[in-house]
Design a protein around this ligand. Structure first.
Ligand SMILES: Cc1cc2nc3c(=O)[nH]c(=O)nc-3n(C[C@H](O)[C@H](O)[C@H](O)COP(=O)(O)O)c2cc1C
Ligand code: SF4
Ligand code: SF4
Length: 256
């Protein structure tokens, strides 16, 4: 099937969601690809016409979709427009995140044709699923793209793992700190998806606003943002032990 235009709508704090999105897009091979960064959507509403396709990609945070991303998705409207939905998770579980994404997409006028929860290296505990996505994961994501566009306009039901009411939103109690390596370049402050850093002092993080997404740690050119402390050490030991076994990617299509 030849698609004129696809839209990749995603948030990726440490880059793994972005890698899966590129792989899916490679499988779809549309004439034009438009990127919609969810962290950059402000008050505008974006409408995607029925003859195009959108691919949503969201990292799982505490078994849910990050709240700011949820609000951004609500600003993207379809008109019975086909949608591929994906969640990327760190080998623990995706819990209710994919179901939540399906419900959000359908409520906004999208026809969800396929869904996947892909495994990636855990962005807080990087020894968990270390190095994923591997080449085999990305090949599977590309194949998922190929198969997803075979039947874009059927409107059949799609059943996705998860439960409603969704699990309660539990913020992760781990916030980055800033070391003296910081040279005040301001990149982290400008790119924080929830504006948690003080505009005049990127070393200052508002703990109530920070969603522990790890983006500032991932992009700091001086490696000046870090997680540490006893709580982090204890949680790392637990995660490394409990989620050492690699999980498989979860993929479903309409009427599977
Ligand atoms: C605040 C936070 C909460 C997370 N919660 C979960 C979770 O509930 N289950 C899981 O398997 N991984 C969880 N992860 C790991 C991420 O979902 C995973 O590493 C994902 O690949 C991150 O995507 P990104 O690289 O695009 O930012 C969490 C990560 C963060 C930062
Ligand atoms: S990106 Fe790094 S060096 Fe730049 S302001 Fe942030 S912490 Fe400091
Ligand atoms: S301050 Fe918090 S929310 Fe902002 S980029 Fe850093 S970890 Fe993410």
């Amino acid at each position: 099937m030849n698609l004129q235009r696809i839209h990749l709508a995603y948030f990726s704090a440490t880059g793994t969601t972005a890698r899966y999105m590129q792989a899916i897009s490679k499988g779809i091979d549309a004439a034009q690809t438009n990127t919609i960064k969810l962290s950059e959507i402000k008050d505008d509403t974006i409408t995607i016409p029925a003859n195009e396709l959108i691919v949503f990609g969201i990292p799982v945070f505490s078994g849910r979709i990050p709240q700011f991303a949820q609000k951004a998705i609500q600003r993207i409207k379809g008109n019975n427009t086909p949608a591929i939905i994906t969640c990327i998770y760190g080998n623990r579980d995706f819990d209710d995140a994919l179901l939540e994404l399906k419900n959000l997409a359908q409520a906004n006028g999208f026809n969800v044709v396929s869904a996947a929860a892909f495994v990636a290296q855990h962005s807080i505990f990087p020894k968990v699923a270390k190095g994923r996505p591997h080449a085999a994961d990305l090949a599977q994501a590309a194949q998922f793209g190929v198969r997803s566009i075979q039947n874009l306009h059927t409107n059949a039901p799609i059943t996705i793992k998860g439960s409603y009411p969704y699990r309660a939103i539990k913020p992760v109690p781990l916030r980055p700190t800033t070391t003296k390596q910081c040279n005040n370049c301001g990149s982290c402050m400008k790119q924080c998806p929830v504006q948690a850093m003080h505009p005049d002092n990127p070393k200052k993080i508002d703990k109530k606003k920070c969603i522990s997404c790890m983006h500032c740690i991932s992009i700091c050119p001086k490696q000046a943002k870090k997680l540490g402390g006893l709580l982090y050490w204890i949680a790392s030991q637990k995660f490394n032990r409990n989620f050492a076994m690699s999980r498989e990617n979860y993929i479903v299509y309409q009427a599977d």
